[in-house]
Design a protein around this ligand. Structure first.
Ligand SMILES: N[C@@H](CCC(=O)N[C@@H](CS)C(=O)NCC(=O)O)C(=O)O
Length: 332
């Protein structure tokens, strides 16, 4: 029998479903274990951080943090690869993966815990997964406690009355751009899924299950919804496309969303952290965006800049980053 990997996760965790889709795409034998109150002790025995997903390798070692987990899987199971063969596209795919994880998570967290129907839907589902087979009353009680705990955490991702318009405009614009891009191809980089698909998909899949953003996606983005379904169990349908073919509809996303929002925000966060400030304000499209500093994001920005420096041949990559406005943020 093949050795089996184990994933402790939850259907409502964007990073858990992201990792599970990589296992499925690479056909790595694995077991999906819903983390719940009944197996919490086993989870805690292996988890260094109280976060899902937690992946246990067949040799018993534990992995956490979805980006390094995916990298480790790619190293152990190189085929089918999630990296386009040319170094420029491979970097841009990794850049978009980070954008999904770090910025797309704002859309996800904001919609899930801002509007009452979304709060109720998420809290009920999380409680039901956590207490399998429990009576309705116990589930309702846990759902109420979850709402009380999660709603105040909106501030952690910078969601507030003043940032709500920007977060929602970013989501709606990203959906519009992705919808146009996916008109001509099944995945973001062509006929097979790339790192970028997994990162962005984890967040958009979750949004599609929440009432408010889910209704928006179904009304406005049928092709993106097709991709949401495809990415649940992704299968390669063809080759990666060259950047020239992807550029007309993917560069607008880099320009507007990454250079316009994600990278300035991430840079301001890292600068504030280095200066020891507890919170920061960054001007995004002429409006102040204020939030408390997040340590994790500063580390991942640093990793992204290191990845940029490690690209062997930047003669193709740099002009793309320059014309989309991303270059200066990665070089600083
Ligand atoms: N950067 C981490 C983030 C993981 C994360 O934030 N997980 C959340 C759920 S999406 C979590 O475990 N929250 C605590 C919990 O569910 O107990 C990753 O990429 O894996």
């Amino acid at each position: 029998m093949d050795p089996v990997w184990r994933i402790f996760g939850l259907e409502l965790s964007p990073y858990s479903v992201k990792v599970r889709s990589v296992f499925r795409y690479k056909r790595i034998p694995h077991e999906w274990i819903v983390r719940h109150m009944g197996n919490m002790a086993e989870f805690q025995k292996h988890a260094k951080l109280p976060l899902i997903p937690l992946v246990l390798a067949p040799d018993g070692s534990a992995l956490q943090d979805s980006t390094p987990i995916v990298e480790a899987l790619e190293a152990r199971f190189p085929e089918p690869s999630i990296h386009p063969p040319d170094p420029a596209s491979a970097f841009l795919s990794a850049l978009l993966e980070e954008y999904g994880d770090e910025w797309g998570n704002k859309w996800m967290f904001h919609y899930r815990w801002w509007y009452e129907p979304d709060q109720d839907s998420a809290a009920d589902r999380i409680a039901a997964y956590n207490l399998p087979g429990a009576p309705d009353e116990a589930i309702a009680k846990m759902a109420a406690a979850l709402k009380q705990r999660m709603i105040p955490r909106l501030s952690f991702v910078g969601s507030s009355e003043s940032t709500r318009p920007l977060i929602e405009a970013s989501f709606e614009r990203a959906v519009e751009l992705l919808e146009a891009h996916l008109a001509a191809r099944p995945f973001l980089f062509g006929g097979r899924p790339a790192f970028a698909d997994f990162g962005i998909w984890g967040q958009i899949y979750e949004l599609s299950t929440d009432p408010t953003p889910g209704a928006f996606l179904r009304a406005r983005a049928p092709r993106l919804m097709g991709w949401v379904e495809r990415m649940l169990e992704p299968a390669g349908e063809g080759a990666f496309e060259p950047w020239e073919a992807l550029a007309p509809t993917l560069e607008p996303l880099l320009r507007e969303e990454l250079a316009g929002r994600f990278l300035p925000w991430s840079t301001a966060n890292a600068t504030a952290l280095a200066a020891g400030q507890p919170e920061f304000t960054v001007d995004l499209e002429g409006r102040p965006f204020t939030q408390q500093v997040q340590k994790y994001h500063a580390r991942s920005l640093q990793a992204l800049r290191e990845r940029y420096r490690a690209v062997p041949e930047r003669a193709v990559l740099d002009p793309i980053l320059l014309r989309t406005g991303c270059l200066s943020w990665l070089r600083s």
